[in-house]
Unconditional design. Structure first.
Length: 308
């Protein structure tokens, strides 16, 4: 056996021994993993205990869990708890950042859906807050301005101007400073997934569950919102007198956003139990609370794309 063969055999044996050492004894490895899990649970529980009395201290402890036990379920829980603290303290940007971190780091995690829904709510809260972000700016009211004029000039609506500036009445005065959201909103509807997606400059803001038309009657294509009506009346097919707003028989619910396809729109509901079934006459149906939220955000002219 020559020297070269002996060296090769020695290297193979060395690698084998090293791999054995790295893998460790199965029982010992299991015990080590269990010990780490127990330690992460201890720190998490300690953080939970001081969450209400000392949120800053709790955040530091939760961050330790997220950093030191990245492979554990507790790391995901810790990030969710941090986001909850920020939301409670109205630190919306920090909450958004934490939730995005959770979604990016654990795309298959057990808290994926809960984190996504919490992020959507944080996105809406940010839109409705006075906080000026990269997608908004401050406008100083000029003599002769009205909210309607400002909304028309900047492709938004009076509802969103009032909501995002904490205004209880539409009267404004020169010198007032108003937050104006400059994002272009759009809507995508997926019939097969029964969901409506609100986007700002192409980025998802929030998803909503919806109902669509019987027998696939909801039209597919690209449309525009052409009208916005609070408390709409409903004209039954063939009826002369409309069903009044607020009536239990008025299937349009509390809001109507008409589409450029005549007779079709996005509206609320009088149903209190189910939303995602095919029950409408071709329109997109939402829970009243959620259609009212969407109504505040999107102006006339908003693009609506409906896909199968």
């Amino acid at each position: 056996m020559n020297r070269r063969v002996i060296i090769i055999i020695g290297l193979v044996v060395g690698v084998f021994i090293l791999m054995k050492m790295m893998s460790g004894h199965p029982v010992k490895k299991k015990k080590a993993e269990l010990a780490l899990l127990q330690q992460s649970e201890i720190v998490l529980n300690e953080a939970m205990a001081v969450k209400s009395s000392d949120p800053d201290k709790a955040i530091g402890m939760f961050e330790k869990v997220a950093a030191d036990f990245t492979e554990s379920e507790e790391a995901q829980k810790a990030l969710m708890e941090i986001a909850d603290i920020y939301l409670k303290e109205n630190e919306l940007q920090k909450a958004q950042e934490t939730l995005k971190r959770l979604l990016n780091d654990y795309p298959q995690g057990s808290l994926l859906r809960a984190a996504q829904e919490k992020l959507w709510d944080a996105n809406i809260a940010m839109l409705f807050s006075r906080t000026v972000t990269d997608d908004s700016y401050v406008y100083e009211v000029q003599p002769g301005d009205t909210l309607y004029k400002i909304a028309k000039k900047y492709n938004t609506n009076v509802d969103l101007l009032m909501k995002s500036n904490g205004l209880e009445q539409s009267l404004i005065k020169p010198g007032m400073r108003l937050k104006i959201i400059k994002s272009v909103f759009s809507i995508e509807v997926s019939k097969s997934q029964n969901k409506l997606i609100l986007k700002a400059d192409g980025n998802v803001v929030k998803e909503y569950p919806i109902g669509i038309g019987d027998n696939n009657s909801t039209p597919v294509g690209q449309f525009k919102i052409t009208s916005r009506i609070v408390s709409p009346v409903w004209y039954k097919t063939g009826a002369i007198v409309p069903v009044p707003a607020g009536s239990a028989e008025n299937i349009l619910g509390s809001r109507w956003m008409g589409l450029s396809e005549p007779g079709y729109g996005i509206h609320g509901t009088t149903d209190t139990k189910e939303i995602t079934k095919q029950r409408t006459q071709g329109c997109v149906r939402m829970w009243n609370k959620e259609v009212e939220e969407l109504f505040v955000i999107v102006p006339v002219g908003t693009e609506v794309i409906i896909n199968d």
